[in-house]
Design a protein around this ligand. Structure first.
Ligand SMILES: C[S@@+](CC[C@H](N)C(=O)[O-])C[C@H]1O[C@@H](n2cnc3c(N)ncnc32)[C@H](O)[C@@H]1O
Length: 256
């Protein structure tokens, strides 16, 4: 990936490569050395990451979008195509690079306006770059604020969220490329525990959702049954769990 980045080609394009100039070789060697020395994620070195059908800018201060999160977008788009989602805007709570908001805007077209919010100014700067680059200004609005607090009651047709779901005690055990480089606030809930975070999220989502609106959240490995159980106990309907390609239950959706 680093060589493809240096040469401005794709990984497939490397197969047909006649050779590498010494200047490109030097640049490539420097990137490999930096990766070896610092474990800086490849996406930060190249400044790009593919997500769904999009090629997004990423950088320090924003979570590198993960392929698992594409399942959240897929599930929402399926529900929308089935007619399950009421009319109205949707919110991507904790948008980071804008990955979920922009992928939903891309898949659903102009009929869905998306509000993408985050507390992190650094994340919103990168999200704004992506919104501009994809010419999505008419469809995706960026808002800075804490959680869903900037929004009124009964506002959204869906709340989409990939929340910080790493327990504070698990932080030290994370791989170094994550722990030393990605923002802690994107990974560890400010509420102090994952269960307190989901409790607060479910309550806030219910408040901002229109009747019949959907809450769709990514969950960490092993968290799906607890979150789905909590949603059922809180009176949410049609609670659905979707696994990722590794077979891990990764997305929980529920109707208000
Ligand atoms: C796991 S990351 C998800 C980023 C992006 N949605 C994605 O899937 O790649 C969580 C995001 O929530 C944001 N965040 C954390 N606490 C927040 C809060 N209290 N209010 C709003 N956003 C918050 C972080 O800045 C981060 O961008």
């Amino acid at each position: 990936m680093l060589l493809a980045f240096v040469l401005g080609t794709t990984r497939a394009g490397l197969l047909a490569l006649p050779g590498v100039s010494s200047a490109d070789r030097t640049r490539f060697d420097a990137l490999v050395a930096e990766r070896e020395a610092t474990a800086r994620p490849v996406a930060y070195l190249t400044g790009r990451r593919a997500f769904a059908a999009l090629d997004l800018a990423v950088g320090t201060g924003v979570l590198v979008p993960r392929p698992e999160t594409e399942h959240l977008v897929e599930l929402f788009v399926e529900l929308d195509q089935e007619g399950a989602i009421p009319p109205g805007p949707v919110v991507d709570r904790g948008t980071g690079s804008g990955a979920i908001a922009l992928a939903v805007a891309d898949a659903c077209g102009a009929k869905r306006r998306v509000v993408a919010c985050d507390l992190s100014a650094a994340a919103l700067r990168i999200a704004a770059r992506n919104v501009r680059a994809l010419e999505a200004e008419g469809q995706v609005a960026l808002v800075r604020g804490d959680g869903l607090s900037p929004f009124g009651d009964d506002t959204f047709a869906a709340v989409l969220v990939n929340p910080p779901y790493v327990e504070p005690g698990e932080w030290d055990g994370l791989p170094t490329d994550v722990r030393d480089h990605e923002p802690r606030m994107a990974l560890v809930p400010a509420q102090g525990s994952v269960s307190a975070m989901y409790t607060s999220l479910l309550g806030a989502a219910r408040r901002v959702l229109k009747p019949g609106g959907w809450f769709v959240t990514e969950v960490g490995d092993g968290q799906a049954s607890t979150v789905a159980g909590q949603a059922r106990a809180d009176g949410w309907e049609c609670v659905t769990v979707r696994a990722d390609l590794a077979g891990i239950e990764r997305v929980v959706a529920a109707r208000a």
